[in-house]
Design a protein around this ligand. Structure first.
Ligand code: FAD
Ligand code: MLT
Ligand code: ZN
Length: 439
């Protein structure tokens, strides 16, 4: 993002859990701050030192420890890149339960540390469910070995859950045991062009009802996001006729057991939608080949990259009621306009996209530069808007360095007090990713 800058002089790249433990023990003794770093793809500045902490990169811990093709349980070093794990288990007919645009760089340890959501959460649920065990180096260097591969284990407190989404503030994840589902026999996708945002929710209802068990993604991009994706070469543009009059787009993916069955369901869905008295969609483009399947996905997955090519992105990753997605984008744009900031040399676009199925809107403001004037116009405005809907200021990207001051909009004072007690218990010297998550 080019937004966060630290002053670290040292990056250490241990190769084993024991080496991580030795380094952490030493830092603990000397009270030296540590920043765990995975693929460095996080969007809230969590992996960047705020002062001169030592960076511990997991990049050299990238071995698969075991994979059981019967149970689908994968045990891997935390530094394994998500795409490599996907490739590793593919010949065994399994897929990773998580998928995101950063898959070529992000690491499984980083995914777990951020409790990343991504494009498959609708189908496979959150990492709180699929992670079975973790190996973690605690802030005093102790190795906590909870790398179990048990599906069921009700033996008291489930400590691993604390590290999922802790963003490296409670310890360094060195190993991950994760349940991987069997690969779908067939995957299809279709992109719908909609005349109004108001049609997204009824469409979601119809799609869920008609596709039921084969629905695996329901992703939303507004017109501005689509135009930016096309402008910056992400995926292949739909025809002019298909996009004419479209206010937004929805990408639907199916993952099922039998190609003919799934195709029939999708075709029937498309026909029903197009033949309705008041159609919810202008048109739907069904992928006809694996290349077109990828190209449709690229239009959605490529928005992040397109936005950063267009300018500097102020990124807000929020959970709000689905019905308010468009309102949140429009209200923010109007607010910036009222401040005189919607102009070529300040804010160029206000963009909305995200995971409808998860109630997660990505509200991005694209500007010429990062400036305090724009920042002050956006915050606390957006956080107050989210709080007014009883939403979350961070649906899936985490708090990192960006939102420590905004935590209270989504967490009660009592929750924050107990989070601080947990942090104090694990890391009384405050060396583990200081300045992140908690102020
Ligand atoms: P990093 O960025 O290196 O670190 C992220 C945080 O985790 C930091 O606080 C760091 O200290 C900590 N950390 C990293 N590794 C460890 C470890 N081994 N032990 C303890 N702490 C650790 N996020 C989503 O949720 N959903 C998406 O759909 C999504 N799409 C993205 C698309 C693009 C193009 C990009 C650039 C980012 C996207 N992200 C998404 C954000 C990001 O990719 C995820 O948060 C990812 O899980 C971060 O993994 P990483 O290995 O890059 O972690
Ligand atoms: C996405 O859904 O594309 C990611 O969370 C990244 C982003 O918000 O830009
Ligand atoms: Zn996302």
């Amino acid at each position: 993002m080019g937004k966060y800058h630290g002053n670290a002089t040292t990056v250490l790249k241990p190769k084993t859990t024991q080496e991580v433990s030795d380094i952490v023990k030493w830092c603990h003794e000397k009270r030296i701050g540590i920043v765990p770093q995975g693929g460095n793809t996080g969007l809230v500045g969590g992996s960047v030192p705020v002062q001169d902490e030592v960076i511990i990169s997991l990049a050299n811990m990238s071995q698969v420890r075991s994979f059981d093709p019967i149970s689908g349980i994968l045990i891997a070093d935390a530094g394994c890149i998500l795409q490599s794990l996907t490739d590793y288990i593919a010949p065994h007919h399994h897929v990773m339960p998580i998928d995101l645009g950063a898959k070529g760089s992000c690491q499984i340890g980083g995914n777990v540390a951020t409790n990343a959501g991504g494009l498959r959460l609708l189908r496979y649920g959150s990492l709180h469910g699929s992670v079975l065990g973790l190996e973690v180096v605690l802030p005093d260097g102790t190795i906590l070995d909870q790398l179990t591969s048990l599906r069921k284990d009700n033996t008291g407190y489930d400590l691993k859950q604390l590290f999922i989404g802790a963003e490296g503030t409670l310890g360094i994840i060195t190993g991950v045991s994760i349940l991987t589902p069997p690969s779908p026999q067939a995957s299809n996708n279709v992109i719908f062009a909609l005349p109004h945002f108001d049609n997204v929710l009824p469409l979601y209802q119809s799609v869920k009802r008609q596709l039921s068990e084969i629905l695996s993604a329901f992703e939303f991009i507004d017109r501005t996001a689509y135009d930016l994706a096309v402008k910056h070469g992400q995926g292949r543009a739909l025809s002019d006729e298909d996009v004419e009059g479209a206010q937004c787009f929805v990408l639907v993916e199916t993952s099922g057991g039998r190609r003919e069955h799934d195709e029939e369901k999708l075709t029937t869905l498309l026909e029903t939608l197009l033949e309705a008295d008041k159609p919810l969609i202008n048109t739907g483009v069904l992928a006809q080949s694996p290349a077109q399947f990828s190209s449709l996905w690229a239009l959605r997955e490529g928005v992040t990259e397109a936005v950063s090519k267009e300018g500097k992105a102020y990124k807000y990753d929020i959970s709000v009621p689905l019905s308010t997605f468009k309102e949140c984008v429009d209200v923010t744009r109007e607010h910036l306009r009222s401040k005189g900031l919607m102009r070529e040399d300040a804010v160029k676009h206000v963009v909305g996209y995200g995971h409808v199925g998860d109630g997660n809107l990505h509200l991005n403001v694209v500007a010429d530069t990062y400036s305090s004037e724009i920042q002050d116009a956006l915050e606390p405005f957006i956080y107050e808007l989210v709080a007014s809907h009883r939403g979350s200021v961070s649906a899936e990207h985490g708090i990192g360095a960006m939102k420590t001051h905004a935590l209270h909009y989504s967490k009660s004072a009592v929750s924050i007090t107990w989070m601080k007690k947990i942090k104090e218990l694990f890391d009384p010297r405050g060396i583990m990713n200081p300045g992140k998550v908690l102020e």
